[in-house]
Design a protein around this ligand. Structure first.
Ligand code: PMP
Length: 396
């Protein structure tokens, strides 16, 4: 069958691939523990579920405006003021079917064929693939574990050329968990001031899952704000991955461009989700805080476990819900049956021998690491790590 050559430009998400392999093993009767997926293991808070049910009863069943209901765009502005002290108007906001679609809209709206997009590694898997789909050119910049996987101003400046259109980063970062401080963002802002044609896509979807204090957005620097595109959504902070709602806050021209694309792709996100989102974004954040307290407890435990396993080097995550240890000390080792060449092999070895799913760092542009989630119950985490530790101990 002859399918489009466009499909060859990009890869399927490695995160979803590992989850699929895990499910297949489970279907064969194995007790597989999933430490691969990036979603909270919590239920959506009751008051948000009530809002979704009410939206059905109130017959929110028609097409919505493409960019979202006006009162939802207002609610996003309210949230950005309340939590981030950022001033936006509804014309600066567009909601989409998950932050993943928001990202796709932004990349397709800003990047033309051959334009360069600077992305510090490690990065969330989808950034590079969407850029490739959009026929842009990824310029990956390696960061170091010593700098907690954060790009330095000097590295940023060296990577930007006259072809650069876009810079994409996340803070808190998936997969490294690194969080940029205000001073670090100011350092990057200094560089961006020299390059007025570069858009800055700031992915803040893990904003609330922060173990070190206040979230800082690069949109706070007024002189850059027209070029900053804030990306956020409800999936992580409100345990609403299946609802599919993401949004961007940006200059109205960027928003209109996204709206044009979205008008052809989806006509806008689900009406029920939009009504529920208004409640999520404007109500008390206590359920989110309770969830984050639990993530902090699990993180502490996982760090204790890792400290007792030889050969794993780690930058402590300051946010998100993953650990991203360097595993290269296991490369070249064998359990007598197979030799581990790289992080892909190690993930498959852990899946097949420990029945725990994880994700190779290669997918995130950091092939010496693997990503292991702690968005699972403490019981599963304890059992999963017991098995991982036993499997690693067999590698000599
Ligand atoms: N950005 C980052 C860094 C993510 O990890 C994810 C989800 N894995 C997303 C964006 C997209 O989230 P969603 O499409 O569920 O809103």
């Amino acid at each position: 069958m002859q399918l489009s050559s466009r499909l060859n430009l990009f890869n399927e998400p490695e995160t979803l691939k590992m989850a699929k392999l895990g499910r297949e093993l489970r279907a064969k009767g194995f007790d597989v523990i999933d430490l691969s997926l990036g979603e909270p293991d919590f239920d959506t808070p009751e008051h948000i579920k009530e809002a979704a049910k009410k939206a059905i009863d109130d017959n929110y069943s028609h097409y919505t405006p493409v960019a979202g209901y006006p009162d939802l765009r207002e609610a996003v502005c309210f949230k950005l003021k309340r939590d981030n002290n950022l001033d936006y108007k509804p014309e600066n906001i567009i909601v989409s079917t998950g932050a993943k679609q928001s990202l796709a809209n932004v990349v397709l709206a800003t990047v033309s064929k051959g334009d360069e997009v600077v992305i510090p590694t490690p990065y969330w898997v989808t950034y590079s693939e969407i850029v490739k789909l959009g026929e842009g050119v990824c310029k990956l910049v390696s960061t170091s574990v010593e700098n907690k996987y954060k790009i330095t101003p000097a590295q940023l400046e060296a990577a930007i050329t006259d072809k650069t259109r876009l810079f994409i980063f996340s803070s808190p970062c998936n997969p490294s968990g690194s969080v940029y401080s205000k001073a670090e963002l100011e350092g990057l802002a200094e560089v961006f001031r020299k390059f007025p044609n570069v858009f800055i896509l700031s992915d803040e979807i893990y904003e609330y899952i922060n173990f070190v204090g206040k979230h800082e957005s690069i949109a706070q620097f007024e002189d850059l704000k027209d070029r900053v595109i804030v990306l956020n959504g409800l999936s992580k902070g409100f345990a609403m991955t299946g609802y599919r709602l993401g949004y961007v806050a940006a200059h109205p021209d960027v928003v209109k461009a996204c709206e044009k694309l979205q008008g052809q792709f989806t006509s806008g996100t689900n009406s029920i989700t939009q009504r529920a989102a208004i409640v999520a974004l404007t109500s008390d954040l206590r359920p989110t805080e309770i969830m984050v307290e639990e993530f902090a407890r699990r993180k502490k435990r996982v760090l204790e476990i890792i400290a007792a396993i030889p050969g794993l080097e780690l930058a402590e995550p300051d946010g998100a819900f993953y650990v991203f240890p360097i595993v290269s000390s296991y490369f070249g080792k064998s359990d007598g049956n197979e030799t581990i060449k790289d992080a892909d092999d190690l993930c498959m070895y852990i899946l097949n021998n420990a029945h725990v799913s994880t994700v190779t760092g290669r997918a995130f542009g950091e092939p010496t690491c693997i990503r292991i989630s702690f968005a699972n119950s403490m019981e599963k985490i304890e059992e999963g790590w017991k098995r991982i530790s036993a499997a690693l101990a067999k590698l000599k």
